[in-house]
Design a binder for this molecule. Structure first.
Ligand SMILES: Cc1cc2nc3c(=O)[nH]c(=O)nc-3n(C[C@H](O)[C@H](O)[C@H](O)COP(=O)(O)O)c2cc1C
Length: 249
């Protein structure tokens, strides 16, 4: 069977882009299960002849805990899968191992694992990534991973266990300017439904994922505070040096 299913949590789209590049290189039919704004995805079982690619960003060195809960609803029967984490050029720490462990516990056979650099949510870090070169390499990797021999040894995935503390959202909260027309796009797109129907009030659960800032068609959401701007400038300075993607299969 040629079918590949992409299952991802991707508030700002880096992870989505890389998984789509992988699917394009594999060719054949592709199904997408985007759990970014779905709090309780339907429980799903994949057969042994299917292929799945799981993807999530790195939040403080771990898979975001909300993504963990959503991805835990997918089960395999020895189903081959690739696990992908994208991170903002600092480090992925234990997130890739965490996602690989989860997939294995849920009945998947991990044939490949990738830690990929994408634009960081905060500041101006690797803003053009994933770039075309990254996406081409992602695609080649997916083909290689799914062509792995069935008797090849288990894929070794970097990371430490017990995993470091992490997986939570950030502390910044988006602001709303007068450009807001109350269209409601941010309300329905928020991964944790933290934005009230007025499009302005932001609740405690906000992950500071910046999805609302990136998707607002009117540019009405922003993070223009002195505290954020100072943090972003220092963080950008610190994470200048380009890191390369890592592929394991
Ligand atoms: C709350 C939060 C924590 C983050 N922690 C890390 C981190 O530990 N290391 C890192 O390199 N990038 C970190 N990032 C950046 C994201 O991992 C990166 O931008 C990722 O590619 C976003 O994926 P997406 O576009 O699919 O949502 C963090 C972003 C947020 C919002």
């Amino acid at each position: 069977m040629n079918q590949v299913t992409l299952v991802y949590f991707s508030p700002t789209g880096n992870t989505k882009k890389s998984l789509e590049a992988m699917a394009a290189s594999l060719g054949g039919a592709c199904e997408t299960v985007d759990v970014t704004a779905v709090e309780e995805p339907q429980v799903r079982r994949f057969g042994s002849d299917e292929k799945v690619i799981f993807g999530a960003p790195v939040y403080a060195g771990r898979i975001p805990s909300v993504a963990r809960g959503r991805l835990s609803r997918f089960r395999g029967e020895g189903t081959k899968c690739i696990v992908v984490v994208t991170y903002g050029n600092r480090h992925y720490d234990d997130a890739l191992l965490e996602l690989a462990d989860m997939a294995r516990e849920q009945g998947f056979t991990v044939v490949g694992a990738a830690a990929l650099v994408g634009r960081h949510t905060y500041g101006a870090i690797q803003v053009d990534r994933p770039d075309e070169k990254d996406l081409a390499a992602d695609g080649e990797f997916a083909v290689r991973a799914f062509s792995r021999r069935d008797d090849a040894p288990e894929v070794s995935v970097p990371g430490g266990s017990p995993y470091r503390e992490g997986g939570s959202g950030g502390k910044f909260r988006p602001l709303t300017s007068e450009a807001c027309v109350r269209c409601g796009l941010c309300v329905k797109s928020c991964p944790v439904h933290a934005i009230a129907d007025d499009c302005v009030t932001v609740g405690e659960g906000c992950l500071a994922c910046f999805r609302c800032i990136r998707i607002c068609p009117h540019g009405a959401k922003n993070m223009d505070t002195p505290a954020y701007n100072a943090f972003a400038a220092a963080f950008t300075e610190k994470l200048q040096k380009r890191r390369e993607n890592e592929y394991y299969c």
